[in-house]
Every structure is written in structure tokens, then in C-alpha cells.
Design a protein around this ligand. Sequence first.
Ligand code: SF4
Length: 303
Amino acid sequence: MFATFRVVAGRLPQPDNRDEPQHMRYVKNIFLFFKKWAPKPIEAEQLLQHSKVFCMAPWVHLHALPDGKVYTCGMAATHTNHSIGDVHKNKDLSKAWNSYAMKRIRRNMLTGQASASCKNCYEYEQLCNSSERLQFNQDFKHHVGRVLSTSFWGGLSETSILHLDIRFSNQCNLKCRICNASASSAWREEAIQMGYIQDHFPNVVRATNDEASFWKLYVKLLPHIEKIHFAGGEPLLMEEHYKTLEHLIAIGKTDTHISYNTNFSTLRFRQWASVEQGGAKHTHTSGRSPGHLLWYRYNGKHF
Ligand code: SF4
């Protein structure tokens, strides 16, 4: 920082002598130079209404996949390779919150620059004027105030994560044709035969290889959560999903908005009886097709 300051100061017009007005001009020039580069005040409302790249997701949300990779959102996870963290390397999910990649995305959004990880939202908007970005801005506009505390480099001192989309593993009982081995453990054998994965691919892929440490850090996020989305694998077969619900109940967070991607093939798992007891409000199922279409989609499974 000081080295840069010296280089810049050396290039500014030098005062002829040290009399007060010239000296003051010299100092003023230096300040003017830095002012040009200083962060502009954030116009949060303007961003929400007019920006083509601003999105609330990096200020409220994290998306974690069974392979441990963390993304700004599902859209970035599904269509790009731009992860912002890795739970296998760092068990603390919140480390992704202020990772270099996450800060760069926030900074891009505040300065009107496109991010490679968000290209699918831009394309959706061109095609149909609708996108995850617009949905995030709609759903979380009441939290736009937290954007104001973003540092010049994109860091956020507010570390509470309000919306979590978490996939603890790829454990699943079905092999739907729309799916693959990374999202369903049931596809493993066929995926090996077809050469998509190698023999050493685990039977079940888990987001963390140190569950106890992960859990300790994960539950610290829950008191602040407003929305949580469970998917997988099949979340209704995952112990972590039920333990999360139990924890939310224990800490009195029963107003948490809960949603699922589930195949609805089972509503019972071990000692847990029904999702309703956990407070589920919204579900998305892959089984919307009737009769023979459902049979085809679920790869021969009868219901
Ligand atoms: S713009 Fe789209 S891809 Fe980027 S963070 Fe927002 S929702 Fe995700």
C-alpha cells in the first residue's frame, strides 16, 4: 500500500518549492488520485431495480453439493465450474462466505461487471426475462441493507447466512433417467460400466469426511437461517436432514421456511415418521409425470 503510494506520489506534478499553497496542491493531487479509485457509495435500491448483474444471492445464500463444493447458488452449481469453497478442504461452511472467489463475485456485482459463474442467469433473462437472480432479488430485497456493509474488496462482516441449500450426500434409492451418479448413489454401477466414473468412486458421496467437526460448525449457522432447502440424493433418506429439523425445533426456529427436492418414495426413515412434523412448507418433486411416464422416468420403478 505505502509502496504504491510512493510510486504514485513520485509521478504527480512536483511543487517548485515548499511554500504553503503549492504544497497543499501537491497533497490535494494525491488525494484526488486516490478518490478516483476509492469505492463509490453503494446505491442498494438502484442496484436492485436497474442493475443487470446484481443479485442478492452472494449476500444471503450458500449452496453446498455432495462432493463438498460450495457455490453462490444452484444455478452456478448446475451449469458452471465456479465453486467458491470446498467443505472437504475446510469444514467451516462459512469460510466460503468470504473466500476470494465469493468476494470477487460481490465486487463484480457492485461495479456492474458480469461474472462467469452467473452466465446462465444472464442467458435466461435474455430468453424469457426470468432468472434465479431476479427471484433472489425479489425474495431477499428486505435484506438489501446488508449490501451496504460490503468492503471495497467484496468481503462481508455480516456472516449470518439466511438461506442454505444443502445436499449432505448423494444417497438415493432411485435412479431416475434425469439424474446421474453424482446426485444418486443408485446410479453408481451403471455409471462405472459406462465409464463415467471409476471403480474407486465411493458408494455414497458425502459432503464432508469429518462429520463431527462439520456438524459443530454447521449448527452454528442455523439460528440465523430463514430458508433452508434440502435435496440430494434423496433428502428424506438422510439422517442429517432429520437432525437439522430436530435442531431447528430445539432452538425454537419453527418458522424456518423449508423446501425439498424429493422423490417422495418414502416418508418414514428410522425413528422419524413424517416430514410434516419437521415443518415442511414447500416441496418440489421429480415425479410430476403420471402413469407410464413416471415408470419411465424412474427407470422401471413401480409405485
Ligand atoms: S446471478 Fe444467478 S448464478 Fe449468479 S449468484 Fe445470482 S442466482 Fe446465482
